[in-house]
Design a protein. Structure first.
Length: 73
């Protein structure tokens, strides 16, 4: 990922991390994704599984940055 891509990923991550603890929880992900009317609970579950590589039920910035930028939108 390019420097611009990392900056963009960090910005998107911080927007979803509403409590500022450095992690995106399932609820925070749900809140962010619900803005799109096409998103279903299954989409949210799938996204959480895709991002949460260490299976701790939260997404760290490093986990988030490992995905291609087009999947982060």
């Amino acid at each position: 990922m390019s420097t611009g891509g990392h900056e963009r990923a960090e910005k998107l991550f911080k927007e979803m991390d509403t409590d500022g603890d450095g992690f995106i929880t399932t609820e925070e992900l749900k809140t962010a994704l619900e803005k799109n009317p096409k998103v279903t609970p299954e989409n949210i579950e799938r996204a959480m599984k895709m991002y949460d590589k260490n299976k701790d039920d939260k997404i760290s910035l490093s986990e988030y940055k490992k995905l291609p930028i087009d999947e982060q939108e």
